[in-house]
Write a protein that binds this ligand. Sequence first.
Ligand code: 5RP
Ligand code: MG
Length: 218
Amino acid sequence: MKKPLLQVALDNLSLPDALKTLASVGEKVDIIEIGTILLLAEGKIAVKIIKDKYPNKIILADAKIADAGQIVSKMFFEVGAHLTTVICCADLPTVTGALEVAKTYQGDVQIELTGTWDFQQAAAWKAAGIEQVVYHRSRDAQAAGVGWGAADITKITKLCDMGFKVTITGGITEADLDLFKHLPIYIIIAGRSIRDAADPQQAAESFQKQLARKWENA
Ligand code: 5RP
Ligand code: MG
């Protein structure tokens, strides 16, 4: 199977801190995510500065857009994002509005599956032209003790079978990769497990090696 892309989530509290993380891992990952936390702290200028510093990387603004899909997504695409996210509870016109704007920038939109959603919605997103979803164990759910389980694998498998390009995220560590290695996962996101590692560069390199080893041999 094809190796999933590695995305580092920059949920840093400030741009200088995010740039410090990137100095060690920016060239080691496939996708750089300006995390929701960083976007709220610093705004779209963080996307522009990071895009200018890493012009060859895929840039994702994790905006988790809930409304005003066209206006909000344009803010990020016009400063260089290739991808942004719309939260799963958003109305369908918010999704299609963001997607229309994305296409004018040759970008794309991912639906963030955090919280409550169902496969009827997933079918509607697919019919509306959405190709990417992010299966997400929320940070707060994780902190409350929610682990990965068989129900997650069943839902992720169904999303893959529906033809979505699926990203997996939510406190992923290298030890979690075996849970997903039989599935054609498109992107794996690692935030804290890279940023907070004693050696973030080594952590990113090790993730890349494990993704290649586990998926290319599967
Ligand atoms: C939280 C997010 C994070 O970016 C995502 O969960 C990845 O970070 P981590 O690996 O630290 O959980 O979108 O809402
Ligand atoms: Mg994120």
